[in-house]
Design a protein around this ligand. Structure first.
Ligand SMILES: [Zn+2]
Length: 50
């Protein structure tokens, strides 16, 4: 699947996929990347993937 252009970018691309999260503290929904996701509206890390 990594046949276009070559190079080492393929591994990074998969990690850049946005995932949808919801904050359990303020109810905000947002897109985020990474393992440690923090709500953009409040400092809470109490978020769940939806
Ligand atoms: Zn929040």
């Amino acid at each position: 699947m990594c046949s276009v252009g070559g190079g080492d970018f393929c591994l990074d691309v998969e990690e850049l996929e946005l995932e949808r999260y919801r904050c359990n503290d303020c109810g905000n929904t947002f897109d985020a990347i990474g393992k440690k996701v923090v709500c953009p509206s409040c400092p809470s890390e109490n978020v769940v993937k939806i």
